[in-house]
Ligand binder design. Structure first.
Ligand code: NI
Length: 168
């Protein structure tokens, strides 16, 4: 396994529509292993292939049990509810915005051997499914907000969130 370099906002790779994966071969497996290692190293919760310069419909998401979910040719098949919260991206380091997403997201995808499966999750992982799958069509989370938070606004937002959690 090897760490891959994560490209940053402005790179052409992040604006392209990625191609469908048709060969579930060792090359794909190496990419998936490298992406998992790169994600763990980055401290993020999701990574899409175009972020490491590969224009294929592949992404990895870490759920809240710290399990890596590999999604090949993923599609969102159902959503429920709504959540509004902070979102960031490894390709837009240090920048956060408040983005509204569905609260529950169900995804149909293929695994590394080409077998179809469905996975459903909520909260942060559901947010991550939406974010990563959008990367495969050349979209970034910043398109969902007209305002990225300054350091002061970010600190204030986190402080208020913590206050609300204490009151619950
Ligand atoms: Ni991202």
């Amino acid at each position: 396994m090897a760490l891959r370099k994560i490209v940053l906002q402005g790179d052409e790779c992040l604006k392209k529509k990625c191609r469908v994966v048709t060969d579930f071969n060792s090359r794909l497996h190496i990419l998936l292993d490298d992406m998992a290692e790169t994600l763990l190293d980055s401290g993020g919760v999701g990574l899409a292939a175009p972020q490491v310069g590969i224009l294929r419909r592949v992404c990895v998401v870490m759920n809240e049990d710290d399990e890596i979910i590999e999604l090949i040719n993923p599609e969102i098949v159902a959503t429920e509810g709504e959540q509004t919260g902070l979102e960031g991206c490894l390709s837009v380091p240090g920048k956060y915005g408040v983005v509204t997403r569905p609260y529950v997201v169900r995804v149909r995808a293929q695994d590394r051997n080409g077998d179809f499966f469905e996975v459903e999750d909520e909260g942060l992982t559901a947010r991550c499914f939406c974010h990563e799958i959008e990367h495969l069509d050349g979209h970034l989370f910043v398109e969902h907000t007209d305002h990225l938070l300054s350091d002061e606004e970010l600190a204030e937002y986190i402080r208020r969130q913590e206050e609300e959690e204490e009151q619950e």
